[in-house]
Design a protein around this ligand. Structure first.
Ligand code: OGA
Ligand code: NI
Length: 363
């Protein structure tokens, strides 16, 4: 298909159309190496032993959290607290969301990315909070290096949005987003309790009933030189908690004690991580952990990250009860979630982590 966007001649002689999906590039047989626009060099301090078997993210048994005995629940809440303090990442098993629903969701997203480029065009937009949005890389207008990924982001809460194609996407995404939100709600309650607060404290404070939920699908095609490209560079997530599922290809790495650790999630588990809003609420007790997605040269990887946040008009602030208990001063100023997300997507947010913009300066 002839690209309609302007082309630029890559320094290695390949013609790379600006804004073309990475799928289009990866599908073309001539790509046996990573074009210069996509060449990403990992910082020396970003290297690490990603496969150290000693390091594996903690497992939280959801069934014990929701239907265990009081003792069992108390024990899981302790495990949750430790997971949030020590890792900021954990996997949730026995959550009751059927594995075939998760698989159907991944398949539906795969079918979306497989649509002809022409058919995806109507969903391409640059506005951050448009309810449906697909594209490539992160922000092709301001970034220096393009990412080896395409994306589809659909807002599923407080209003459910969907696509009329591919067939089945709408039904599957409705079911999946509801079930995933139920799991997120229980995790949020558990996290509240793990902080010594009422189970519904954070939900109330963050207007969870109007909270944002995004189905963010990532498509990472096989890459001929995986060490020279990146799917998603190191970043933190903006919300309260993100729940993630993926197809059989791994690639998510988590920064833990200055090492990158590959997440080996159990099949059917949700990978959950703490986001920036939670770090603000807890005044740094539960940190929003840096993570990245690396690519591979074997097969397409698909992940669906589902960030859950406050309502767009809610500013997160350190929780007064926690500050009082710990005798701490607030480390962050407030900003609505909407402004926070805008900041994260802006050049200022790319240059410096958003949390650093909000940090109170003590002289
Ligand atoms: C994200 C994300 C990781 C992955 O979408 O925010 O971190 O493994 N994705 O795709
Ligand atoms: Ni992320």
């Amino acid at each position: 298909m002839a690209p309609t966007v302007t082309s630029m001649e890559a320094s290695n002689g390949h013609e790379v159309p600006k804004g073309a999906s990475i799928k289009t590039l990866a599908d073309s047989a001539s790509f046996t190496f990573v074009p210069s626009e996509y060449t990403y060099t990992k910082n020396p301090n970003e290297q690490g032993d990603a496969n150290d078997p000693e390091h594996s993210i903690p497992i939280i048994d959801f069934a014990l959290l929701t239907s265990g005995s009081p003792d069992q629940r108390a024990k899981v809440i302790q495990e949750l607290r430790r997971a949030c303090e020590e890792w900021g990442f954990f996997q949730v098993t026995n959550h009751g969301v059927p594995e075939n629903l998760m698989q159907s969701m991944i398949d539906a997203c795969h079918r979306f990315f497989d649509l002809p480029e022409e058919e995806k065009k109507e969903f391409q937009t640059r506005n951050l909070l448009d309810p449906i949005k697909c594209g490539t890389s992160f922000n092709i207008d301001i970034e220096k290096v393009h990412l080896w990924r395409d994306f589809l982001k659909v807002i599923a809460h407080p209003e459910f949005n969907s696509l009329y194609k591919p067939a089945g996407y709408s039904e599957v995404s409705l079911e999946f987003s509801k079930k995933t939100r139920e799991v997120a709600t229980e995790i949020l309650k558990g996290i509240s309790e793990s902080l010594g607060l009422e189970a519904d404290y954070i939900a109330k404070a963050m207007n969870w009933d109007r909270g944002l939920q995004i189905l963010a699908a990532n498509y990472y095609p096989a890459c001929p030189q995986p060490d020279k490209a990146i799917g998603l560079p190191p970043h933190t997530d903006h919300g309260l908690v993100t729940l993630l599922i993926q197809n059989e290809m791994g690639g998510l790495e988590v920064k833990h004690k200055d090492q990158w650790v590959l997440v080996n999630a159990a099949p059917g588990a949700f990978v959950v991580n703490i986001g920036d809003q939670m770090q603000i609420l807890t005044n740094d007790k539960y940190k929003s952990i840096w993570h990245r997605a690396v690519v591979n040269n074997k097969a397409t990887r698909i992940s669906i990250a589902v960030p859950h946040g406050p309502s767009l008009d809610t500013p997160a602030l350190p929780i007064p009860e926690l500050l009082e208990r710990e005798g701490q001063a607030p480390k962050y100023i407030g900003m609505t979630y909407e402004k926070f997300m805008e900041l994260q997507a802006s050049p200022a947010g790319v240059k410096k982590p958003c949390l650093d913009h909000l940090r109170v300066k003590h002289n």
